[in-house]
Design a protein around this ligand. Structure first.
Ligand SMILES: O=C(O)CCC(=O)C(=O)O
Length: 288
């Protein structure tokens, strides 16, 4: 495993590294004002759960909470997205002309909360392409021993079945139909994988392609991690087929009861191969 220390570098270096490694570290991307906006977004999400909110691995008795694709939360992240110029950050990283916000996800770990299972985000939604990113930030410092980890370059390899995020076997498949291969047991054979991570301070950001294998980031007994994952897509992004719709994934939930829109509305009328577009995804770049 390599704990990275390198600084971010110039725009061309970053673009190349993103293409090759599928993950880049942007130290000090957010100043105190941006961090405060991020904190407000996170607090709003925690106080206003969508029907997709869930306590993961409840049998462990620690906090491992997540919520995602709550369209009602989007106005609460919008000031951060725009003031921090995240559309422009993605346009430069991908070398593309248009950038849209896709959706938010929050994670809250407290106490001795387990590692996040290794997985690729792309397995969970019917969207794929080169111009896609997850921007991961933590409102709390993350020491190297508790870092989110990545398999460098894995976004250029195969797309595995998702992890079901249940039980003892982290490779237990999300879909029980279809051709996607089962995840490798990376924890059982770490030396075989090119695992990288960075020590992380509030204000830093990790940007990764959603097909990059990532996992880890446990917390210790007295620890807490408040994390926001913001997702973006751009010109090269297509609707693709997936073997099914998981009840646990963002796709399956009926959100009518809170007023949050169902993600399936955003996929309506699309067939595999279509450009992934919907007028209600906030356009971030160029500025509307
Ligand atoms: O923060 C974590 O532990 C998991 C993050 C993650 O899987 C993601 O942002 O896609």
């Amino acid at each position: 495993m390599t704990v990275m220390t390198a600084e971010a570098g110039d725009a061309d270096t970053l673009m190349q590294r993103y293409r090759e490694d599928g993950v880049v570290y942007l130290p000090g991307l957010f100043d105190a004002e941006m961090l405060e906006l991020a904190r407000q977004g996170f607090e709003w999400s925690l106080a206003n759960p969508s029907p997709a909110a869930q306590q993961l691995f409840p049998q462990d008795g620690t906090v491992f909470y997540q919520d995602l694709f709550n369209t009602l939360s989007w106005p609460h992240y919008d000031p951060l997205l725009r003031k921090a110029g995240l559309g422009e950050v993605m346009a430069r990283l991908w070398g593309c002309e248009n950038v849209w916000f896709f959706f938010e996800q929050v994670f809250h770990k407290k106490g001795a909360s387990r590692r996040t299972p290794w997985h690729q985000d792309t397995s969970y939604f019917p969207v794929d392409g080169a111009d896609m990113s997850v921007l991961w930030i933590s409102l709390d410092p993350v020491p190297p021993s508790q870092a989110l980890e990545f398999v460098r370059g894995s976004h250029r390899g195969r797309l595995y079945n998702g992890s079901a995020f249940t039980g003892d076997d982290d490779t237990a498949p999300l879909y029980d139909v279809g051709e996607m291969p089962r995840l490798p047991d990376i924890e059982a054979d770490r030396e075989r994988f090119d695992i990288v991570s960075w020590p992380f301070e509030p204000g830093d950001a990790l940007v990764f392609h959603p097909s990059t294998l990532h996992g880890g980031g446990h917390t210790e007994a007295h620890g807490e991690r408040r994390t926001i994952s913001l997702r973006f897509f751009g010109d090269d992004c297509n609707f693709v087929a997936r073997p099914g719709v998981s009840k646990e994934s963002a796709v399956g939930f009926n959100r009518q009861e809170t007023g949050s829109r169902d993600v399936s509305e955003f996929y309506e009328g699309l067939v595999p191969g279509d450009r992934f577009r919907h007028p209600d995804f906030p356009k971030l770049y160029p500025h509307g």
